[in-house]
Design a protein around this ligand. Sequence first.
Ligand SMILES: Cc1cc2nc3c(=O)[nH]c(=O)nc-3n(C[C@H](O)[C@H](O)[C@H](O)COP(=O)(O)OP(=O)(O)OC[C@H]3O[C@@H](n4cnc5c(N)ncnc54)[C@H](O)[C@@H]3O)c2cc1C
Length: 323
Amino acid sequence: MQNLTESQLQEIAESRSARSSTRRATSEGLEALMFEPAPVLDKGFVRVVDYMGDDAAVVQGARVSYGRGTRAVQSDRGLIRYLMRHRHTTPFELCELKLHVRAPIFVTRQWFRHRTASINEYSARYSVLEREFYVPDAGSVAAQSASNRQGRGETMAPAEATRVVEMLRDDAARCYDNYLWMLNEGEDGQARDETRQGVARELARINLPVGIYTQFYWKVNLWNLLRFLSLRADPHAQAEIRAFAEVIAAMVKAWVPDVHQAFSDYVMNATTLSGQATALLRAALAAPGPVDPASFGLSGRELRELVETVPELEGRILVGTRS
Ligand SMILES: Cc1cc2nc3c(=O)[nH]c(=O)nc-3n(C[C@H](O)[C@H](O)[C@H](O)COP(=O)(O)OP(=O)(O)OC[C@H]3O[C@@H](n4cnc5c(N)ncnc54)[C@H](O)[C@@H]3O)c2cc1C
């Protein structure tokens, strides 16, 4: 299981078997997942270590109610959907999730751009990092995208992809060997050479590549978590952080199923249309024949994106007049 030691597995098992009584709201779906590491990438994981609130807490907060809620489930669900649809954010902020994550440093660089969360990360000044590096499968090694400067294109030929994987693995191993040499430590944490003192950890770590795994605790409110998911579970996000976001989205679904459904409907699977795109769409629906898009003021890229979203527009727009 994701390279966890016996004692780490033991701690998780103890946490999972402990029970405490509470008057607070609990979520059955999330209780079932508590503390269990959900594997992500080759050696990463996400696990829930704590949470506050549930679907009813969003409703309770919105109504500023005295109890757990008095309305029927149907009207509670309707209120959650209304709040999501109209971006009435604060009732969602009343729920919180705390996660323990093991992810490569290049993933955390993207993750920590989301400023509206509380983080505590493993200190590589204080402790020695483990020999854990992310190495992609040869099958997911892809070329630079020709159309998107921030993305991947075609998968590479197997021989070249295998070479890339070998380079990543070998270079990481060499850097880590030199890291241990600088620290004057063996894999067992014991000094290798009694006559040397070893370089400070805060200096030796600068030799390590960004594929090395780090760990952190991440506490975030539900609204900002949904914002994170909307950006990082999106196809435009890098595949590696997307893998984490998708696992967290499944946890959110187990925790607050009504909020998750509203989020899927009104954010993840929704489309925002600009004023120009709306005008063109209306004109195309009303006109008996194809409409000339040139006068609507959309850029070529906007027009392509609109047709990707509404492919039915293809026959209703004059071809060759797109800018
Ligand atoms: C596909 C993709 C590509 C990206 N590429 C780049 C890139 O090339 N370079 C780069 O630097 N970043 C890049 N980013 C990061 C991006 O610009 C955001 O910094 C990141 O997604 C965090 O989003 P956020 O600010 O909404 O989240 P949070 O920091 O969690 O903030 C949530 C919301 O709180 C509010 N907020 C938070 N802090 C402030 C503040 N100081 N002032 C005002 N309002 C605030 C805003 O409304 C914000 O939307 C990329 C992100 C994605 C998803």
